[in-house]
Design a binder for this molecule. Sequence first.
Ligand SMILES: CC(C)(COP(=O)(O)OP(=O)(O)OC[C@H]1O[C@@H](n2cnc3c(N)ncnc32)[C@H](O)[C@@H]1OP(=O)(O)O)[C@@H](O)C(=O)NCCC(=O)NCCS
Length: 137
Amino acid sequence: MIRYSESPQGITPEQLQGFFEGWPNPPTPETHLRILQHSDEVVLALDEETGQVVGFVTAITDGILAAYIPLLEVLPDYRGQGIGSQLMRRMLALLEDYYMVDLLCDAHLQPFYARLGMVPTTGMMLRRYDRQSGRTP
Ligand SMILES: CC(C)(COP(=O)(O)OP(=O)(O)OC[C@H]1O[C@@H](n2cnc3c(N)ncnc32)[C@H](O)[C@@H]1OP(=O)(O)O)[C@@H](O)C(=O)NCCC(=O)NCCS
């Protein structure tokens, strides 16, 4: 069974294995935990049998008008079961009071987000790949 949680409290780095698939220089599990702890909102999907986190989504906000969803990921073995949709539905519910809720995604994922009520737009971004594993604290 998958259990959903809206807090990283009590989560350990050992429960955060296998994320950032395909990233050449990914955050460590310890850094991943810090990301969860420093986000304004998180939703976690936990496999109750293994105790592992198998999916997560984060949001950062100004607390008033705008929210941004930087990260959503479900572990490969758990994809295609509705977990990603459930994480997003729960996150959008947490952010329901905000005027702006934005994220960036590849074009092939636009139908996934459109099913959740989001609309395509254009945007801009900057990536510093030498910082991909995270800022030093
Ligand atoms: C995107 C992601 C979170 C979806 O999680 P999930 O648990 O598989 O999602 P769900 O089971 O709720 O929904 C699956 C649907 O998402 C869509 N989808 C997921 N990954 C896709 C991909 N790579 N290309 C196209 N569509 C995709 C499919 O339309 C699928 O629909 P179906 O169930 O009718 O086949 C997951 O594939 C993932 O972690 N990918 C790698 C990280 C990533 O791309 N994150 C998003 C950053 S913007």
